[in-house]
Design a protein around this ligand. Structure first.
Ligand code: 0WD
Ligand code: CA
Length: 383
């Protein structure tokens, strides 16, 4: 139960943070953006798939292709058949396996070394922090042989909250996945114009692309560079337009959002666009397809956005955002971590596995980076 005192094993699993040793204040939004660091165009180094059994394989079996939407699709379809992936602590293992596989193949773009490694979702959180008005976050950071590794840390309460979503919230989450089903197909589109899916099972509505299984994901790993830091970023890609070229230029991100009914809704949507923008930009995804839905899950309209054009859409507005501030902040944070997280040697550190005690090698120093909106970040070494 929740009230039983932790056993020594559990205590080892949740090390107590020591007092902060370093801090970086929240960036001021009133100052004009200083000269922003360059962000290099991401290039793919490897891709992989998670199977329905959540097995990672270096194939494109989970890759999906953009399909045309049928008129007014209903997103609540097949909710009861959703194969849900249980919420566990998001670990970096899969990304590390992909990176070592790319290294073993002597991937040329890794020759210049790597400065930092993390999932795209983690880097999105870091980069959008200057505009985050509410949610804080915690990251685990390690520096091994001069490379920074990031993992989001969810405490017990956050993990429980993710598993115990209110029914309404869970349904809204499902709407997003159902939209992906309607918008994607197992097969590439042979012509330039995507086709509407042909239903495979009796009872399926027009355009349904198959029941939702959130274990299945196709991930792309890219390398890029922010300022002086070379980055390796992995993330899920919803589908590609046309055929697959091993490049990011046909990647498509799919989103659902409530229909906009007034100025207030529009403002909220334009604020949300920063997350859409950053998430897609970091992985080199050039196109974002948004399906606007009613509260009861019917898509009424769609709109396609070019990722690089989003900043101009909100520039100068009171609730607007400027990605240059985000990159300046991200760069500052990376430099702060390079300076303050000492590098340890990889010798003797075993890969994390089922047995979490393996992570407790004396060489493996884990640091906790804690962000609070309006305050900034604090960095401390874990006990
Ligand atoms: O809590 C976890 N176990 C998480 C695991 C949270 C976030 C990510 N991950 C894993 C993902 O499964 C994936 O293997 O990390 C890998 C890369 O993810 P990412 O691309 O860095 O993740 P992010 O950018 O946060 O999310 C991308 C998509 C989401 O799309 P939307 O349009 O909603 O942003 O990944 C999906 C979701 O479709 N996704 C999830 N699907 C099932 N369960 C989850 C989740 N917990 N989190 C994100
Ligand atoms: Ca998506």
């Amino acid at each position: 139960g929740d009230d039983t005192p932790p056993t020594s094993k559990q205590r080892r699993r949740s090390p107590t943070p020591l007092p902060p040793v370093h801090a970086l204040p929240y960036p001021s939004l009133s100052a004009a953006p200083t000269s922003p660091p360059a962000f290099q165009q991401p290039t793919q180094i490897i891709s992989f798939s998670y199977t329905p059994a959540r097995k990672l394989e270096f194939t494109n079996s989970a890759l999906r292709f953009l399909a045309a939407l049928p008129p007014r699709p209903q997103l609540s379809y097949a909710y009861e058949r959703w194969q849900r992936r249980p919420e566990t602590r998001p670990r970096i293992d899969g990304l590390l396996r992909a990176l070592s596989t790319a290294r073993a193949k002597n991937h040329p773009s890794l020759a210049n070394g790597v400065g930092a490694v993390g999932w795209r979702g983690v880097l999105t959180r870091i980069m959008t922090a200057p505009y985050e008005e509410r949610d804080g976050w915690d990251m685990n950071v390690m520096c091994v042989d001069g490379v920074l590794y990031f993992e989001e840390h969810l405490d017990e309460a956050k993990l429980r909250a993710k598993n115990d979503l209110a029914p309404r919230q869970r349904l809204n989450t499902y709407y997003g996945y159902a939209f992906e089903s309607y918008c994607t197909s197992e097969k590439p589109s042979t012509s330039n114009v995507p086709c509407v899916n042909v239903p495979q099972a009796p009872g399926d509505p027009p355009g349904w692309g198959g029941d939702v299984d959130t274990n299945v994901q196709w991930c792309s790993v890219v390398r890029t560079k922010l300022g002086d830091t070379r980055l390796v970023i992995g993330g899920e890609v919803d589908c590609v337009r046309g055929t697959y070229t091993s490049k990011t230029d046909t990647f498509v991100e799919l989103k659902t959002s409530l229909v906009i009914r007034g100025a207030q809704d529009e403002m909220r949507f334009e604020k949300k666009l920063l997350k859409f923008y950053m998430q897609s930009f970091l992985l080199g995804v050039p196109e974002i397809l948004v399906g606007f839905r009613t509260p009861s899950g019917e898509i009424t309209t769609t709109q396609t956005f070019k990722t690089v054009e989003l900043p101009r859409l909100v520039r100068g507005k009171a609730h607007g955002w400027d990605p240059r501030r985000c990159f300046a902040w991200g760069n500052e944070l990376l430099e702060f971590l390079k300076k303050n997280v000492p590098s340890s040697s990889a010798v003797g550190i075993e890969l994390q596995g089922e047995d979490e005690d393996k992570t407790r090698h004396p060489n493996a120093q884990v640091w906790r980076l804690t962000f609070s909106s309006g305050v900034g970040v604090e960095l401390r070494q874990l006990d």
